[in-house]
Design a protein around this ligand. Sequence first.
Ligand code: 5GP
Length: 132
Amino acid sequence: MASIFSKIAAGEIPSYCCAADDEFYAFLDINPIVKGHTLVIPRREVDYIFDLEDDELARLHVFAARVARAIKQTIPCVKVGEAVLGLEVPHAHIHLIPMQSERDMLFSNPKLQLPAEEMQAVADAIRANFQG
Ligand code: 5GP
C-alpha cells in the first residue's frame, strides 16, 4: 500500500504544494512548528532516508536547497534549518524550517494551527519564488 506521502505526491491526497519536479515533491507540513515549515520527499517510496541510493540522496538535498532558498525569500528568517526524523511517516523526508532562533527547531514545541487561506498563501509564495 502506498504511503500517505506517496499519495500526496501523486495528488491523490491534497497538500499545499511548494515545489515539484519529476523526482521530488515539497509541501507544507500540516502541523507546522513555524510558518513555512516544509517537507521535501522523493516520489520513490523509501522509508529510511539513509537507505536512498547515494545519487538520489544527493539530488534530494540539491532539490531541498532550492526549496530552502525559496522559503528564505518568502518567510523572513535568519536561516532555514534542516532536520530528518522520520519517526511518524515511513517515507523519507526532510523538514525545512525557517528559523528565528535555535528554539524554532524544537519538535516538542506546540504546533501551529494556521488558517487554510494562510497555508495556501505561504505555499503559493514559496512556489512563486522556487527556481524551477
Ligand atoms: P516525522 O516522520 O518526520 O517524525 O514526522 C512526520 C511529519 O509529517 C510531521 O511533522 C507531521 O506533521 C507531518 N505530516 C503527517 N501527516 C501529514 C499529512 O497528511 N500531510 C502533511 N502535509 N503533513 C503530514
